[in-house]
Design a protein around this ligand. Sequence first.
Ligand SMILES: Cc1cc2nc3c(=O)[nH]c(=O)nc-3n(C[C@H](O)[C@H](O)[C@H](O)COP(=O)(O)OP(=O)(O)OC[C@H]3O[C@@H](n4cnc5c(N)ncnc54)[C@H](O)[C@@H]3O)c2cc1C
Length: 216
Amino acid sequence: MTFLQTERTRLKRLPKRGHFDRETVYGILDEGFICHVGFAAEGQPFVIPTGYARDGDKLYIHGSQASRMLRTVSAGIDVCLTVTIVDGLVLARSAFHHSMNYRSVVVFGRATLVEDREEKLAALLALSEHFIRGRWADVREPTDEELIMTTVLSLPLVEASAKVRTGPPLDDEEDYSMPVWAGVIPLRLEAGEPIKDPRLPDGIEAPDYARDYSRR
Ligand SMILES: Cc1cc2nc3c(=O)[nH]c(=O)nc-3n(C[C@H](O)[C@H](O)[C@H](O)COP(=O)(O)OP(=O)(O)OC[C@H]3O[C@@H](n4cnc5c(N)ncnc54)[C@H](O)[C@@H]3O)c2cc1C
């Protein structure tokens, strides 16, 4: 199924890089885990980075009850949420044609507060599993008080677009004979060796999900 293109999501520049199928959009959303939430409060635009998770056709974001971003957005105002994955730097022969390989998603919509206790727990589980699959089963679940202190918002995935650039540089034909290196420097997010908490008692080994962490 594809997202309907709207006046807000129709790509005007390089529309051939646009994707509206759920497979592409959800693939990007499922690999990323940081979004930027754009909203206006009293005429002032804000763009705030935060974690997210997808559950079916909605995204969850969460945080402190005191968060201005979450309080403002929970009022049902229009938001624009973006996710970006950078796959490489594209080095062309001309300064002009340098580019980046990327996969990104833009979502428009209005978020609602998740108030039902079970849905809130399910959303927090989805967030935890999205960040580190397998972690939730090992840790203490939130208490009722911690649940109250945590705000969870749900944003329906109704109006969304993806834009993807892949491949080598696209130079002007006459520049291809220049004796200058051109190509792609691939970039990816890579997990390092887990660093144990200094207060960890001896004998507790890092679990597989920490040792072999990967976003793909
Ligand atoms: C990678 C990442 C993941 C995060 N994940 C979460 C999450 O899952 N849940 C969550 O609640 N928060 C998360 N945060 C923190 C989030 O960006 C906000 O700081 C937080 O939500 C408080 O929002 P607020 O609107 O109440 O901030 P306020 O304190 O009201 O913001 C006031 C001002 O502080 C500055 N400010 C606020 N946040 C940032 C920031 N991140 N960087 C630079 N300046 C800032 C801005 O100028 C802003 O206008 C994350 C941040 C990062 C970078």
